[in-house]
Design a protein around this ligand. Structure first.
Ligand SMILES: *[C@@H]1O[C@H](CO)[C@@H](O)[C@H](O)[C@H]1NC(C)=O
Length: 294
């Protein structure tokens, strides 16, 4: 074979190694004390099942208690060392406090804080141009940004004790903007800003708590299909979406191996975010191809 072919094979092998040999050890999660927020459906629910199979001790949260009971029952069947639910609204400070307090009381500490909930979701029926609805954006930002900061702040003392991890589930829209989702992009960019700064401060203090920012592309969940609809991209989204179960496993690996950022699916989101850094006008131009909704 020609030298160039060998070079291509070698490069491909290096890339594959880089992607798959991340040092992930499933055994490291046996007995790990985990909180996962937003577990009634979608990726959160799938993460709860994966952690259960891996033998972790898990606290899950969501608003609907009846649904949480079903998820907990299935987690126990799958082999969770412990599966506990906290029914609550993460938009409320006292429910955040109750969640973290539960880890302290039941597990005596915490290893992984998986921030995944998504509240007061997309405006129904879009696409929407920003309309100045301050009541909506205050509520949206509270549950999709401030509550992440609150939960992490409350959990940090326990995570410092265990050299633990915070995983922040964000979105491609937290790295790249799009029309019709200003309130969503605003909250998701804020997560990157806050947790990026916090990561640096922890390193400065020589505190060994990892922070993983998860930048998700289209995953087949109700929430992301709603977002696609709001953006006017529902048909495309249905075609390209990845399964919530696979996304959930990728996120768990990313947290367990203490990755700084995880792009999933990599091909869908990583190039786009780099494009914004280098050719932002190109992305603006792409948005211009949409029509202004009436
Ligand atoms: C956390 O890390 C520090 C320093 O890296 C180490 O001394 C300590 O034993 C670790 N604690 C745990 C619970 O692993």
């Amino acid at each position: 074979m020609a030298g160039r072919t060998w070079l291509a094979i070698l490069l491909a092998a290096v890339v594959i190694c880089y992607i798959y040999f991340d040092g992930y050890d499933p055994e490291s999660l046996r007995g790990a004390r985990v909180i996962v927020t937003g577990c009634s459906t979608g990726i959160g629910e799938q993460m709860a099942y994966h952690y259960a199979r891996l033998g972790a001790k898990v606290i899950i949260t969501a608003r609907r208690e009846a649904r949480l009971k079903e998820v907990v029952a299935k987690m126990k069947d799958l082999g969770a060392q412990e599966a506990i639910y906290v029914a609550g609204d993460m938009g409320k400070a006292e429910d955040c406090e109750r969640t973290i307090q539960t880890a302290k009381e039941k597990f005596g500490g915490l290893d992984i804080l998986m921030l995944n909930h998504m509240g007061s979701s997309f405006k129904k029926g879009g696409p929407f141009l920003w309309d100045g609805d301050m009541a909506f954006i205050e509520d949206f930002t509270n549950i999709n940004y401030l509550s992440y900061v609150r939960l992490a702040s409350l959990a940090l003392p326990m995570l410092e004790q265990s050299n633990g991890s915070v995983v922040v589930v964000s979105s491609g829209l937290g790295k790249v903007t799009s029309t019709f989702v200003s309130y969503y992009s605003g909250a998701k960019f804020a997560l990157d800003g806050f947790f990026g700064s916090l990561r640096q401060e922890l390193q400065l203090k020589k505190v060994d708590v990892s922070i993983t920012l998860v930048v998700l592309g289209m995953v087949d969940t109700e929430q992301s299909m709603n977002s696609a609809k709001v953006m006017g991209l529902l048909d495309v989204a249905k075609m390209i979406a990845y399964s919530a179960e696979d996304a959930a496993m990728a996120i768990i690996r990313g947290g367990a191996t203490r990755q700084r950022e995880l792009y999933y699916p990599w091909m869908m989101v990583w190039p786009l975010t780099k494009l914004r850094a280098v050719f932002p006008e190109l992305l603006d131009w792409l948005e211009l191809q949409k029509t202004v909704p009436k």
